[in-house]
Design a protein around this ligand. Structure first.
Ligand code: PEP
Length: 244
């Protein structure tokens, strides 16, 4: 039985005044659901006490090396030191804006795992790939290239985030989500054997209270990675409730 995950990606939103939202999310957290918020790196240390031990706190990216002369970067070990338990790697905005390749995402995931973090690895097709009918090939290439050989059910979570659904209000049909999640599960089995059955696969892209139940009813959906609707407890609490 895989525990459900409600994960929030705050992106470049949030200052200290917004930590009250994390405390309000903690009040709404359900013991049956792993609730995770990934705030900006500047807030991680302060977010941990605000989370009251019921919300996990993660980073949004990490470098693949533990330290060095890399201005502006944050290592996985630094995230651990700040109190993070998880880190998102390979988000489509990082792949797009920082030209992160599958190899780079894999190196980051390996570094995260090595440092003791749970790596939340994102994959997703573009609109062009969806319309060309090459979604499953695109997902297979991204996942195979981004997944460390050291991945286990305990240290890895996969998020399927169609690029055209992130921040747009558009979502795939439940059948389309189920098809991709099934393919991801098959690839995980090829690579990792029985261990694959324990790896959580989240859907991400315009999840909100009004569509959460429909999305979560699709087979092999173990939770959600949520952007905009994770910033306010009033929006995120119903999504957690839909998973409980
Ligand atoms: C995301 O940033 O990972 C995301 C899914 O964003 P949104 O929920 O706003 O589409």
């Amino acid at each position: 039985m895989r525990r459900k995950v409600a994960a929030g990606n705050w992106k470049m939103f949030g200052i200290k005044a917004d930590l009250t939202e994390i405390t309000a999310i903690a009040a709404a957290a359900d013991p049956a659901v792993d609730t995770l918020i990934c705030p900006p790196a500047t807030l991680i240390t302060a977010a941990v006490p605000a989370a009251k031990g019921t919300v996990l706190i993660g980073g949004q990216d990490c470098h693949h090396l533990p330290q060095g002369a890399f201005t502006g970067e944050t290592s996985a070990a630094m995230l651990v030191d700040a109190g993070a338990t998880h880190v998102i790697v390979g988000h489509s905005e990082r792949r797009r804006d920082h030209l992160e390749s599958n190899e780079m995402v894999r190196a980051k995931a390996e570094a995260a795992i090595e440092a003791g973090l749970i790596a939340l690895i994102c994959v997703g097709e573009s609109l062009e790939q969806r319309e060309a009918g090459t979604t499953l090939v695109a997902i297979a290439t991204e996942l195979d290239g981004s997944l460390p050989n050291t991945s286990t059910a305990a240290n890895t979570i996969i998020a399927y985030e169609p690029i055209w659904a992130v921040g747009t209000g558009h979502i795939p049909t439940p059948d389309q989500i189920a098809e991709v999640h099934g393919r991801i599960r098959a690839i995980l089995r090829q690579r990792l054997g029985d261990e694959a059955d324990g790896i959580r696969i989240l859907y991400g892209g315009s999840v909100k209270a009004s569509n959460a139940a429909e999305i979560f009813a699709a087979p092999d959906v173990d939770g959600a990675l949520v952007g905009g609707a994770s910033l306010k407890a009033s929006d995120f609490a119903p999504i957690i409730a839909a998973l409980a």
